[in-house]
Design a protein around this ligand. Structure first.
Ligand code: A3P
Length: 303
């Protein structure tokens, strides 16, 4: 409906979350066909919450015995995180050919990414012992990051999205995979109900103490770092390999594309917390703070 603003003219509300038409088909295909294995790992997030970073950290950690993080041939030096850890809805089930991919030959543990909300994940993910790591970002920064990203990837056939229009939609929950509060709450509540299945991380906390959060993640995934690994600098080398500066400067992330569509460089903008202060007016701060307080406050989620 036009009166609901820019975004709702181009997106569908599917299973109570907003997404662009091709993603509805891909999500249905994923729900129908994906067979989880007990040792699969799913990296879940809202767009622009640090997914690229978490995918890299998880891959480097889980595969550290196969690929030494300090090696000059590490896959993360030659491929973008989203190529190494594909999204269910964009990459795996998002092809135009409607072919159901054979995922059985991917080396275990398999690591996948998704922006699909918790209740809409495939039954086999809910019913298997596979693990989910969710990365949540302060909605102020996530919104600004999203707005920048969106502007760059929108087809020129669509009208420009102003900051104000995007903001109105965001506060109403009309944005890809939104409402953001339902998305965050779905994974937050699951992490409280099933702490061995869902780990809830925050971008800001990983940024503030990467070492601690990385160790927490390794522990959760059942591959904690040994004392020798820690004292030998392995944790530090993973952090360095996945750092914003390092990843942004890689040739593959400067010039490559994901699935021949989105340029990798758009996944690396500032990589900071608090950039929102450069964009928000006092009334925007008041409005979004109110939405966050109303929707998330009672659940103990603060930013
Ligand atoms: P900014 O636009 O605020 O810079 P996603 O990966 O979910 O698409 O999120 C993208 C956001 O994460 C962008 O935020 C991007 O710069 C930031 N980012 C990407 N790689 C990062 C890294 N290695 N460390 C910290 N932030 C990173």
């Amino acid at each position: 409906p036009k009166e609901k603003g820019w975004a709702s003219q181009y997106m569908y509300l599917y299973q109570q979350f907003w997404c662009f038409p091709p993603l509805v088909q891909a999500t249905i295909s994923f729900q129908k066909h994906f067979q989880a294995k007990h040792n699969d790992i799913v990296i879940a997030s809202l767009p622009k919450s640090g997914t690229t970073w978490l995918k890299a950290l998880a891959f480097a950690t889980v595969k550290r015995h196969r690929f030494v993080p300090s090696s000059q041939n590490h896959p993360l030096l030659n491929s973008n995180s989203h190529t190494i850890v594909p999204f269910f809805e964009f990459n795996i089930y998002g092809g135009e050919d409607n072919v159901i991919p054979d995922l059985s030959t991917i080396p275990e543990p398999r690591i996948f990414g998704t922006h699909i909300p918790f209740p809409s994940l495939s039954h086999s993910i809910h019913n298997s012992n596979c693990k989910i790591i969710y990365i949540c970002r302060n909605p102020f920064d996530a919104f600004i990051s999203h707005w920048h990203f969106f502007k760059t990837i929108l087809p020129s056939s669509l009208p420009t999205l102003t900051l104000e229009e995007a903001f109105e939609g965001y506060c109403e929950g009309i944005h890809p995979f939104g409402p953001f509060w339902s998305h965050i709450l779905g994974y937050w509540n699951a992490s409280k109900d099933k702490p061995s299945k869902v780990l809830f991380l925050k971008y800001e906390e990983i940024k503030a103490n990467t070492n601690f959060e990385l160790k927490r993640m390794a522990q959760f995934l059942g591959c904690p770092f040994t004392k020798e690994e820690e004292s030998g600098g392995l944790v530090d080398s993973i952090i360095e390999l996945c750092s914003f500066k390092k990843m942004k400067e890689l040739e593959i992330n400067k010039s490559g594309k994901i699935a021949n569509l989105i340029e990798n460089k758009h996944f690396f903008r500032k990589g900071e917390t608090g950039d929102w202060v450069n964009y928000f007016s006092p009334s925007m701060i008041e409005k979004l703070s109110k939405v966050i307080e109303e929707k998330l406050g009672e659940f103990g989620l603060f930013f």
